[in-house]
Structures are given as C-alpha cells and as structure tokens.
Design a binder for this molecule. Structure first.
Ligand code: COA
Length: 322
C-alpha cells in the first residue's frame, strides 16, 4: 500500500580514486579492482556532514515527487554517522527542508537501513496513519574511516539517497528484515562504551573508526542476500521471471556476483554502480535505484528487488513495483 513517487540522491564532489588510495596505504588499483570492483568513492568536504548530504538528496526527491515539504507527514532517516546523537539527523533535515508538519526520527540498521526504513514506512502508510513519508539514507563514512587500514579504507564512500512514499496501492509488494546479533562483533563502530579489545583491533587504535572482519562479513553477505531476495520474491507469489531488476547493497562486486550465482540469475540483471561510489552504507541502494531509473533500467510498473545487509548483523529486502 505504498508507492515511490519521488527519488533523489546526492554525492559530494571530492573523489578518492584508486590512484589516491595507492598513495595513502600499501595497495594497488589492480588489487582493489579484482577484490572489490571499486574504482572511486565520493568524499564529503571537511565542513560537510551527513545531514548536509541527506538534505540535498531529500530536496531532490521532493522535487522529483512534485510535492511540497509541508506535505510530508514523517521523515525516517537511516545513518550510522549522525551529526549528533541528538537532535536526530532526521530532525536536522526536517528543519533544513522546512517539513514543518513531519514527525522525524533516525533508524539504525547500518547498511540495511534503507530497505528497513521502507518496511517501517510501509506500515504507517498501509494502516492509514500517514499519507506521505520521506525515507532518507545518508552516511559520511569517510568521517569514521581509518585511513591507515587498507582492509576498510578502500571500501567506503559518502553519499545520500532519498525516496518519497505515498499511500497508493501497489508499490511495496513484500519485505523481509532480520538481525543476527551474535555476529555483531564482526563489524563495529564504538559509541560511549569503553572496550579496550575493540580499540586494540583498529590499525590506528582510534575509537572513532569502523572495524570489520572483512571475509567473515562477506560470507554472511552472500548467503543472506540470496536468501532475503528469494524470500521477498516468493512471498509476493512471484518468480525471478517476474522481476525486472535487482538492486543489491553496493559493497563489493564479488559479493554481488556470488549472491547472483546463489540466486541462479545472471549478474546483468543486477544494477551495479559500486565502481563509482564504493560502499556508501544505507545510501547505496537508493542512489543505485535513482541511477537505474535515470539510465532507463527502471521504468513505471517494473518490479525491483532491493536487498541489503550490514552491521548488526542485519539484512533487509523489499520487492517493489515502481
Ligand atoms: N590492498 C592489498 N592487499 C590487501 C588490501 C588492500 N587494500 N586489503 C587487504 N589486503 C590483504 C590482507 O592483508 C591479506 O593479506 P595476508 O594474506 O598477507 O594477510 C589479503 O589481502 C587477503 O585479505 P582478506 O581480508 O582475506 O581479503 P578478502 O578477499 O576477504 O578481501 C575485503 C577483503 C575487505 C575486500 C573483503 O573481505 C570484503 O569486501 N568484505 C566485505 C566487506 C563488506 O562488504 N562490508 C560492508 C558491510 S555493509
């Protein structure tokens, strides 16, 4: 009972390409390309923060929807790099865009944030509580990246993506969200908790950076992406033949390829832009969704599977009719 009526994204101008990464850590364009498929990532300016990226994506989505900010009833913003713990980044965006009638809160499901927020928004729209919801996923992961850790710094980039959802029939056909907290220590970013062991794991011993057990996260990702995508297709009573495009979380080309293989579909049915953005956390799916539409790969009435995984460990998938 909820349909996407507007799409928008924003990525900062500054770019770190693989040649730049070669200068700051012991790596090579060849290694990064073969192991991840990533060529470049967008990086926020020193005075540019998650709410700034989110605001620009939100304004683009509102314009695309042809509505005013006053018409929005709720803003759900997903991020793991908020400007503040309070106010929520959703409240900062509400102020920036003048969505004076909107309730606003942040949601943390890490890289699974976008499809999780779509799932939550769908509840409010389906039960008649709200008519228009803005979902924004934004992260400035560069602020939390250890640029001495070659295992993570080559992966992350900054960006934001947004959609306006309206209480129209069709739209979101099925969703599945899930969590496996026992794997939470495989991908961590510390807040107030003192945890010497966690700090010790970081190459720079800097508490403010993200740490990840890359290959273990990768194994989880491949399995759960395939399982989640297959489940939302089956739950909607459809088969892969009914699906026009799959938009996976843009983390690593090897994950995308292995997940496609498990699903029994060819990779060309997936939309991939991770070569130009790297992993932008929750923003990766809405940025890709928007680019797929702009490239003519997502047309009105098309069915798309959105599927992500991330810290938590979490996963989220949605089958939508655009
Ligand atoms: N350049 C060159 N060598 C690198 C490197 C880099 N940027 N990063 C790691 N290596 C080295 C490692 O040090 C290791 O060397 P060693 O064998 O001498 O110890 C070797 O490459 C293999 O490391 P490993 O971590 O096993 O590689 P991998 O094939 O798993 O690839 C990742 C590493 C990080 C690219 C991959 O694990 C990955 O993408 N994981 C998923 C991450 C993800 O999606 N996270 C986001 C969740 S939302």
């Amino acid at each position: 009972m909820s349909r996407i009526i507007g799409l928008g994204y924003y990525a900062p101008d500054k770019v770190y390409d693989n040649a730049y990464m070669e200068k700051i850590v012991e790596t090579s364009d060849e290694w990064i390309t073969q192991r991840t498929g990533i060529k470049e990532r967008h990086i926020a300016a020193d005075d540019e923060f998650t709410s700034d990226l989110a605001t620009r994506a939100a304004l683009n989505a509102i314009k695309d929807a042809g509505i005013t900010a006053e018409e929005i009833d709720l803003i759900i913003l997903t991020t793991v790099t908020p400007d503040y713990f309070t106010p929520s980044t959703a409240c900062v965006v509400q102020k920036n865009i003048g969505a004076v009638n909107a309730a606003a809160f942040d949601l943390n499901a890490a890289c699974s944030g976008f499809a999780t927020a779509m799932t939550v928004a769908d509840q409010f729209l389906s039960n008649g509580t709200y008519k228009k919801i803005l979902v924004v996923s934004a992260d400035a992961l560069s602020k939390a990246t250890d640029y001495a850790d070659r295992g993570t710094c080559i992966l992350f980039g900054d960006g934001a993506g947004a959609v306006v959802l309206s209480d129209e029939k069709g739209g979101i056909l099925s969703t599945w969200i899930g969590a496996r907290g026992e794997g939470g220590d495989k991908l961590t970013s510390l807040a107030y908790r003192e945890d010497a062991e966690e700090v010790e794991k970081r190459v720079s011993h800097d508490k403010s950076t993200v740490w990840m057990a890359g290959s273990e996260v990768m194994k989880f990702a491949v399995k759960i992406m395939a399982e989640a995508a297959e489940k939302v297709v089956a739950d909607a009573g459809l088969t892969w033949d009914d699906v026009d495009i799959i938009i996976p979380h843009q983390a690593n080309m090897r994950i995308v390829e292995s997940a496609a293989k498990r699903m029994g579909i060819t990779t060309d049915r997936m939309f991939v832009n991770l070569d130009r953005y790297g992993n932008t956390s929750g923003a990766s799916i809405p940025i890709a969704l928007c680019e797929a539409r702009d490239a003519g790969r997502l047309k009105k009435g098309d069915k798309a599977v959105l599927v992500g995984f991330g810290g938590g460990l979490t996963w989220a998938a949605a089958l939508i009719e655009y």
